[in-house]
Each structure stands twice: as C-alpha cells, then as structure tokens.
Design a protein around this ligand. Structure first.
Ligand SMILES: [Zn+2]
Length: 145
C-alpha cells in the first residue's frame, strides 16, 4: 500500500469552465460570513480560472462546539487504544465506548451542518478584486435553469 501524506492535493474539474486544477489544504479559504443575522463559518476553494466557488464546510458559529466535540472524541477514541486498563475485556469496553461517543458526535455535527444547508439554499461567489465572498439567495428564475 502506498503511504499517504496528510497534505494531499486533489484534482478537481470545475463545473463551470471545465478547467482541471489541483487544490490542497493550503488553498482552502476560511471566512466568517453573516447571513440572515446568523454568523457562519465557510470553508471553500475557488477555481483559479473562473473564480467559481466550491464550499467544503458551512457551519453556524453557534454549532462550532459540535466540531470541537468531534475532534476531541476522535482524539479520545485514538488514545483509548493505548489506555492502561486491567484486562483485554476492560480495554475493549473502553475502546467501544469511545468509538460510540465519536460516532455520536459525528452524527450531531452532520445534522447541524445539514440543517444549516437546508435553511440556506443560496449560493456563494468569490470576487477576485475585493477578495470577498458573497452570498446570493436563489430566485425563481435561477431555480428553473
Ligand atoms: Zn472554473
């Protein structure tokens, strides 16, 4: 098996201009944006050719604790394998518990993200000149396309 580094470049074909480009974690933009009086965090990357914006993560600032829970429970799950406990059964129980907790936190995060996505059905654009990200509500005309 090939060893994979943690920083991976991914190949992406832009839906809009069909340009093929690579993006890696360093190209991901993170920005705070306010929509409908809600503070949100958006992670995205932008096509270098036509500036089409592709969201990776859109989460309410109020839901950020779910993200933290996932990171923390994953760390706890990983360290449960190295836990000093008496007997294999006990250790297995510990691991299973940590795994459940991790799965549960992921579920909560997913539903929070899904909920936000449902409420905000518009789209984002990136302006190269101002380097700003804008949110647009979808109107009826655009829905028909
Ligand atoms: Zn493009």
């Amino acid at each position: 098996m090939m060893k994979q580094s943690s920083i991976k470049a991914r190949q992406m074909i832009c839906d809009k201009c069909e340009n093929t480009f690579l993006y890696s974690p360093v190209d991901i933009k993170t920005t705070n944006i306010k929509i409908d009086n809600q503070d949100l965090l958006l992670q995205c990357f932008v096509c270098p050719e036509c500036d089409a914006l592709y969201p990776i993560l859109l989460i309410r600032i109020n839901d950020m604790h779910y993200l933290k829970d996932v990171q923390e429970s994953l760390a706890a799950y990983r360290s449960s394998f190295n836990a000093n406990s008496q007997g294999l059964d006990k250790k297995l129980e510990l691991i299973n518990k940590a795994e459940e907790k991790y799965k549960d936190s992921r579920k909560k995060l997913s539903s929070a993200i899904l909920e936000t996505r449902k409420r905000l059905s518009g789209y984002f654009t990136y302006d190269k000149q101002t380097q700003k990200i804008y949110y647009h509500e979808k109107n009826m005309e655009e829905k028909e396309k």
